[in-house]
Design a binder for this molecule. Structure first.
Ligand SMILES: NC(=O)c1ccc[n+]([C@@H]2O[C@H](COP(=O)([O-])OP(=O)(O)OC[C@H]3O[C@@H](n4cnc5c(N)ncnc54)[C@H](O)[C@@H]3O)[C@@H](O)[C@H]2O)c1
Ligand SMILES: [Zn+2]
Length: 692
């Protein structure tokens, strides 16, 4: 076959593949391959079409924006097409220079001409939306679709709190304000799901599946979860899926102020009440763009949402107009991507890890892969149901995702790359660390080792948890040392920590006398602690720092907590049935009580207090309103004192108000109090009230 014939054949095959993946991605919101793989295929086709222009077909995926309208949605024809953005191929920060060079060339600028002004923005990884406001009121929300025709998703979008249903007017035009919003204003932006919202949603989905729910699935990534929520025929379901929104552009505008730059428009959108990211900046020339790319790259993991890169746009609207568009992309903007957060790799083995609380987690050992900016070798499979549902097997080619500081996970298997003879994975019914029975309780997603402190996996974790800064704060007792001590059987139960002697410690490998003495001093110091720290350190399932604090405040004393029944535990604010059950079960186990007794015998102590039940506080059930300036107490101090005494501090006066505390320049609240006959106090009166 001749080279052109081979190219034609390959182009055909690529087009078919890309159509297939577009369908999975844009229509079903269920991609089969990571974006990085898709982009490779896309670029290959682009290259072929450039080399052999006769291969161009108008319906080629390279010529059109990807989406299609889903059955069941009304169609919306966009007044101004919704385009894609060209991607800068050079992924290094220096890629910004190629874009700047191209812009300067296309604008015919000389070296002596001043730098071009740009706007640099985050490239949110979500779904493009067009929000149409008429006279400031949201009348329609539509997806991008194929760029010409999108889907009417107004009902679903109305449930997103961040999207204003009505825009506000700001000041007067020309007098520092932008005036009323235009008669017609189409806002373009990205609807996305925050990473924590996504993790929570998937956690919820996993629980539903564990409880036997059919037709439920977890989502591959926040983008797909967001797309699934927006393109949902049932607004009730859409409502349960937390979405966010940022505007980055506009479509049709009729009336309103004149704008000359992209940046001005974004500022005006913000002023009218549309969310615009704080990370939008003005940049002059290539070096500013390079710096932006680097800065955002550094912060990427700590952002609360996924971005797949940054976007640079020529700021001047006149220059934008001059540069114009190619088929599916403006020439004046470019997407400069970061390393992909999803990649393909293969599973070399599946191991099962045991966590601090005895939870068994299947983990895939991977052929090392660079994803989300780091090399990943392990990825979680979460639990039995997830591993089974995804059907991950040794030897499989899988999609791995790593975003932010979330643990990398296997999101899907590439089905057609499975090796013959690959065996399904099964969860072990014994703990891989200690051999104790591993059980999965009814309605639970996880297997747990029943070995408790006798399981060295849990022992290590339990000791580390106990020693950590937020618990007993034993300085110098880190992971390596704990491993060593547990493995050498120097520590079998927690109290052994406080029985360590210099001899025993120095006998450990790599432990000098100086570090041993330091550790002993740290242990001694840790004995004086607080009840919340001690409680938290015990590692009771579902008892985090906040719950430990609430328990300590409510009961005052450890013995009271240890002897509390579920009913009594439920009286603690924010403690629900699952938490109460878990605390109760923990203290019912004789060996846990034994450990606590021994710790106390070793000298671990804290100051015990009197129980403070909300109902026993002097101002329990009273509602107080603060107004005006008090002579010595700040508003916050007064509020704190009142709340500590059990009062509720409210913002406005009503018949239910018991007292109004009024200071200087008290306004309408004082009038209202007089009108309703509510008792009015000054600061002295407040102090008397607090003193009972
Ligand atoms: N995995 C798959 O099977 C598969 C299939 C099809 C497409 N894809 C992926 O979809 C993407 C290509 O699709 P695309 O055409 O939507 O392009 P794109 O997502 O790369 O870029 C265009 C989009 O970026 C968004 N955007 C985010 N922040 C923006 C900002 N500040 N300014 C302007 N726009 C901003 C807009 O929604 C716009 O529509 C690629 O990442 C590709 O890998 C993957
Ligand atoms: Zn075990």
């Amino acid at each position: 076959m001749s080279a052109p014939a081979r190219a034609a054949e390959r182009a055909d095959a690529l087009r078919e593949l890309l159509h297939h993946h577009n369908y999975r991605y844009y229509v079903l919101d269920a991609p089969e391959i990571p974006d990085a793989e898709y982009d490779k295929l896309f670029r290959e086709l682009q290259a072929l079409e450039t080399q052999y222009p006769e291969l161009h077909t108008p319906d080629s995926p390279t010529q059109r924006v990807g989406g299609q309208v889903l059955e069941g949605f009304a169609k919306v024809r966009h007044k101004v097409p919704m385009l894609s953005i060209r991607t800068e191929t050079d992924i290094e920060a220096s890629g910004a220079r190629s874009f700047d060079a191209r812009v300067r060339r296309e604008l015919g600028l000389q070296e002596s001409d001043p730098p071009v002004e740009y706007v640099a923005e985050l490239k949110f990884d979500g779904l493009a939306l067009n929000l149409r406001y008429e006279h400031g009121v949201l009348v329609q929300a539509a997806t991008r679709g194929d760029g010409e025709v999108g889907e009417d998703v107004t009902q679903n979008i109305r449930t997103i709190g961040q999207i204003p249903l009505k825009l506000h007017s700001v000041g007067h035009k020309g007098k520092g304000g932008v005036g009323a919003p235009p008669a017609v204003l189409e806002v373009r932006g990205e609807v996305y799901m925050r990473r924590d919202d996504f993790e929570r949603l998937n956690e919820l989905q996993r629980e539903k599946i564990a409880k036997g729910a059919k037709n439920e699935k977890t989502f591959v990534n926040p983008r797909n979860a967001a797309a699934g929520a927006v393109r949902q025929l049932d607004p009730a379901i859409a409502r349960q899926r937390p979405l966010s929104f940022y505007a980055y552009g506009w479509g049709e505008i009729e009336g309103g102020p004149e704008f000359s730059t992209h940046y001005e428009v974004l500022q005006a959108l913000k002023a009218w009440g549309v969310p615009v990211s704080e990370r939008v900046v003005l940049a002059r020339g290539a070096e500013d763009l390079v710096a932006y790319h680097q800065a955002v790259g550094r912060d990427r993991d700590s952002l609360p949402f996924d971005i797949d890169g940054v976007v640079y746009k020529v700021n001047s609207l006149a220059l934008q107009k001059q540069m114009g568009f190619v088929t599916r992309e403006p020439r004046w903007a470019v997407a400069h991507k970061f390393p992909a957060q999803e990649q393909l790799t293969t599973v070399e083995a599946i191991a099962v890890y045991v966590g601090r609380t005895g939870k068994l987690t299947p983990v895939a050992h991977l052929q090392p892969v660079f994803v989300g900016g780091v090399t990943v070798t392990n990825a979680t499979l979460h639990n039995e149901d997830e591993a089974r549902r995804k059907d991950v097997r040794v030897g499989d080619t899988v999609i791995v995702r790593r975003a932010g500081d979330v643990i990398p996970e296997v999101v899907a298997v590439v089905a057609d790359k499975r090796q013959p003879g690959a065996q399904p994975f099964t969860m072990p019914h014994t703990c891989p660390v200690c051999g104790s029975a591993a059980v999965r309780e009814e309605g639970e997603a996880d297997y747990r080792c029943t070995g408790g402190l006798f399981c060295s996996a849990q022992r290590k974790h339990a000791i580390l948890h106990f020693a950590q800064r937020r618990a007993m704060d034993i300085e110098g007792l880190g992971e390596k040392l704990v491993d060593q001590m547990v493995d050498a059987n120097v520590i079998r139960v927690l109290p052994d920590l406080y029985r360590l002697g210099l001899q025993g410690l120095v006998a450990l490998e790599r432990m000098g006398e100086k570090s041993a003495l330091n550790l002993l001093a740290a242990l001694e110091k840790s004995k004086a602690t607080t009840l919340p720290r001690f409680l938290y350190g015990l590692g009771i399932r579902h008892v985090g720092e906040a719950t430990a604090r609430d328990l300590a405040r409510h009961f005052g004393q450890l013995d009271a907590i240890m002897d509390a029944g579920v009913e009594q535990l439920l009286e603690v604010p924010d403690v629900g049935p699952i938490v109460a059950e878990s605390i109760h079960a923990f203290f019912q186990q004789p060996h846990n009580r034994e450990v606590i007794e021994q710790l106390r015998a070793c000298g671990v102590h804290w100051e015990e207090g009197a129980p403070t039940r909300p109902a026993q506080l002097p101002l329990a059930g009273k509602t107080v309103v603060l107004t005006g300036t008090l002579p010595t107490l700040s508003r916050d101090e007064a509020k704190e004192l009142l709340e500590a005494a059990g009062a509720k501090v409210a913002g406005s006066v009503s018949k239910k108000t018991d007292y109004v505390v009024a200071g200087a320049e008290a306004g309408s609240k004082l009038d209202k109090a007089r009108e309703l006959g509510v008792a009015v106090l000054d600061e002295d009166g407040l102090r008397q009230l607090l003193a009972g």
